[in-house]
Design a protein around this ligand. Structure first.
Ligand code: ADP
Ligand code: MG
Length: 702
């Protein structure tokens, strides 16, 4: 049974709506539009101005005019390239001559009896009025009285080969009004008034059938606000839920403990580190699990800050864990942390994939019995089958992700405080700073600390971008630097899967050894090497027994060799901006002036822009904003980074004010009503769950 206008709901399938032809419903489906609600949420991307229409007898000469009527005669005149198509248009009030030059084929589309709407410049011609080369469209308005129509803004919809904007427009028109009469608003009239937002059904009318530009802006603003508000509500809801239902061990860091921890650090903390350490100490003192993002540029000294939290846990007889994205980084963390803890009673262990089964079992047993104080390993290894005796602090070292996705729960034995499960305080460290706008959008669930300064004694890295033809010159120059006792990295892009990484890197080593770097000690390192081999190579590089290390991006995080002051990145156009910045962070760690050479031949504009950005800035935050600009919000918001569905209307980089507003409103809302449980909140709750329930993992909250 076809659905009549009066029965249309948002979830009515388009295929069942009487006013929509089955063929159009099929075509809309190719755009992913299968219900009335989806069609109405398919918003115009821009608008075209249509001039006012008047009856033909009232059309002025020498003006842009619009008219409609029926074609009464047509002909093709002239020869060859001079051919033209002529038509006569009548609307009952008068006659208008139309001519299209060099488009004789129009006779196949326009004939006697065709109804047309035209727009173009009018002029006097032989006593009558003529429009040359008008814009035209076929109309199906059943004729009727000639009359005047106001100018209007015509929506232009994202369309496809299967269905064009005009057909979409007519489908929208046939369901819009019946659909929105019953559309309830999830915002109260008071809130709408305060925020100067139109009602939801008005907003839909305003964007689909605007009377003026003001309506477009106003309707769009309401829909964008809704989108941002729902996301913020979801994120805040999740946070409130976490704080209400989970417990964490309270760790009071007093002056004595603070001093004992600091004694282990081989340097004074920078003021930026101090600030973050204080924030961490405040988190730990609460019986609520912390969920904090610690962002700091490459080399800003995040490791000691993390260690501070881990040692605080150990001091009260609990355990800490540090998870790294790669084995190499886990090993690096293990080395530097064991180094700082030498001679203390703190037991630190490394859990990696290369442990023999027996060793692994031993580590796991010692962990569960509480003998191990701090465990270090990769994300993957630490989530399967690992049980702690009493885990109080988890530190997660990320590379390029923003860390909003649900993390596998770390399990601990001593489980519950009253009726609340106990979970560790969690700190996520990232060297990919989150652009401000993105942080505000996504991270309502996380507190953010920023280490905004580098330890003293760093010299900024100079960056050069050169073409492949300069390769020989580059390596001749590298050789001169090595002659001065410096060390270098040469980075080669990851090999496509199936390729032989080892062979590729070794070919580069051989090329350098037999050419520009002959007589120098060159070695390769990559992710597929055995841990012992990798450690051996890294150890030799660190102690200066290797001059030049040829590496894949395994070195991008964590590697810390202050004497290395030269980096060459081959085929640099193949790396992302964040990754290039990470890689470059491996140099500039000592007193020497460091140089990073990007060899590359960018084939795209973006590629060139990335290399240019690297040349012009060493500031990770600035580069992150640039990255956002280059990649667009869409990609950063894509499933890969955040797991969130993309925005349809809002663009947080453009709607920054609206974002702030939505964020504040959501915060106040959740403070007032932490579970959105009120009867008048049922609607907003339902819409929130439908849009973000899955991606934000709100299932167990609802
Ligand atoms: P990242 O933030 O990139 O993880 P690291 O924690 O690896 O940075 O620190 C980078 C280097 O800076 C390390 O060699 C570390 O020992 C050193 N470092 C960290 N903090 C300080 C400090 N306050 N003073 C001097 N050196 C520091
Ligand atoms: Mg680090």
């Amino acid at each position: 049974m076809p659905v009549e206008a009066g029965d249309i709901r948002m979830n009515t399938p388009l295929g069942t709506v009487r006013a929509i032809a089955p063929r159009d419903a099929d075509r809309l489906a190719t755009l992913g539009l299968t219900t009335v609600g989806e069609l109405i949420a398919h918003l115009p991307m821009r608008y075209e101005r249509e001039e006012a229409e008047s009856s033909i007898e009232n059309l002025p000469a020498d003006a842009v005019v619009s008219a409609r009527g029926e074609v009464t005669a047509t002909r093709v005149a002239g020869f060859g390239r001079k051919q033209r198509f002529e038509a006569v248009l009548h609307d009952g009030s008068g006659r208008l001559d139309l001519v299209w030059f060099s488009q004789p084929y129009l006779h196949r589309k326009i004939g006697a009896g065709t109804r047309l709407r035209i727009q173009g410049k009018s002029r006097r011609r032989g006593g009558g009025l003529q429009v040359a080369n008008p814009r035209w469209e076929l109309i199906d308005d059943g004729g009727g009285e000639p009359g005047s129509r106001e100018a209007r803004l015509r929506p232009v919809y994202p369309a496809s080969e299967a269905i064009d904007s005009r057909s979409i427009e007519s489908c929208v028109r046939s369901v819009l009004r019946p659909a929105i009469v019953r559309l309830e608003d999830h915002l109260s009239p008071e809130l709408r008034r305060e925020r100067e937002l139109p009602a939801l059904h008005d907003a839909f009318l305003m964007v689909h059938e605007p009377r003026d530009d003001g309506e477009i802006a106003s309707g769009r603003r309401r829909l964008a606000y809704d989108e941002l508000l729902l996301l913020q509500l979801g994120v805040q809801l999740k946070r409130a839920h976490r704080e209400r239902t989970l417990a964490a061990p309270r760790i009071e860091v007093d002056g004595t403990l603070d001093a004992r921890i600091r004694e282990r650090f081989p340097f004074e903390l920078t003021s930026a580190q101090e600030k973050v350490v204080a924030e961490i100490a405040r988190d730990l003192a609460r019986p609520i699990p912390a969920n904090r993002l610690i962002q700091g540029d490459v080399g800003s000294g995040k490791t000691v800050v993390a260690l501070y939290a881990l040692l605080a846990a150990v001091a009260v007889g609990q355990q800490g864990v540090l998870m790294a994205p790669t084995s190499l980084l886990a090993e690096q963390h293990f080395l530097s942390i064991s180094g700082m803890l030498e001679g203390s009673r703190v037991r630190v262990e490394l859990l990696t994939g290369s442990l023999a089964a027996g060793e692994r079992a031993g580590v796991l047993a010692a962990l569960e019995s509480g003998e191990i104080d701090v465990l270090i390993g990769t994300h993957a290894l630490l989530t399967e089958g690992v049980r702690f005796d009493s885990l109080a602090v988890a530190v997660i070292d990320e590379q390029h992700r923003f860390g909003v996705r649900q993390r596998a729960a770390l399990r601990t034995k001593g489980d519950a405080a009253g009726d609340k499960p106990v979970v560790p305080h969690t700190f996520v460290m990232t060297a990919t700073p989150i652009p401000r706008t993105l942080a505000m959008t996504l991270l309502g669930d996380l507190d953010v600390s920023t280490i905004d300064g580098l330890p003293p004694g760093r010299t900024p890295v100079r960056t050069k971008v050169v073409g492949r033809d300069k390769r020989d010159t580059v390596y001749t120059w590298v050789r001169e630097r090595l002659d001065e006792g410096e060390q270098a990295y040469v980075v080669v892009p990851a090999i496509e899967s199936g390729g032989d990484e080892d062979a590729t890197l070794r070919a580069v080593v051989r090329e350098l050894e037999s050419g520009a770097l002959s007589g120098k000690r060159v070695a390769a390192i990559h992710g597929r090497l055995k841990r012992s081999t990798r450690e051996h190579v890294m150890g030799r590089f660190r102690s200066g027994l290797i001059d030049c290390l040829v590496a894949t991006t395994v070195i991008e995080v964590g590697v810390d060799v202050p004497n290395a002051s030269v980096m060459v990145i081959e085929q640099s156009e193949r790396f992302g901006l964040a990754q290039l910045h990470q890689l470059r962070g491996r140099v500039g760690r000592g007193a020497r002036a460091s140089v990073c050479v990007l060899i590359g031949e960018p084939t795209t504009e973006d590629g060139a822009a990335r290399l240019g950005a690297m040349r012009d800035s060493t500031d990770g935050f600035e580069l992150a904003e640039k990255d956002l600009e280059l990649r667009g919000m869409g990609e950063l918001f894509g499933a890969r980074q955040s797991g969130l569905p993309p925005f349809r209307v809002a663009d947080p980089t453009r709607d920054l004010e609206l974002l702030r507003l939505a964020r504040r409103d959501a915060q106040e809302w959740i403070e007032r009503s932490p579970d959105l449980g009120g009867p008048e909140e049922a609607l907003v709750r339902r819409r929130l769950l439908r849009r973000y329930g899955e991606s934000l993992g709100l299932g167990d909250i609802a």
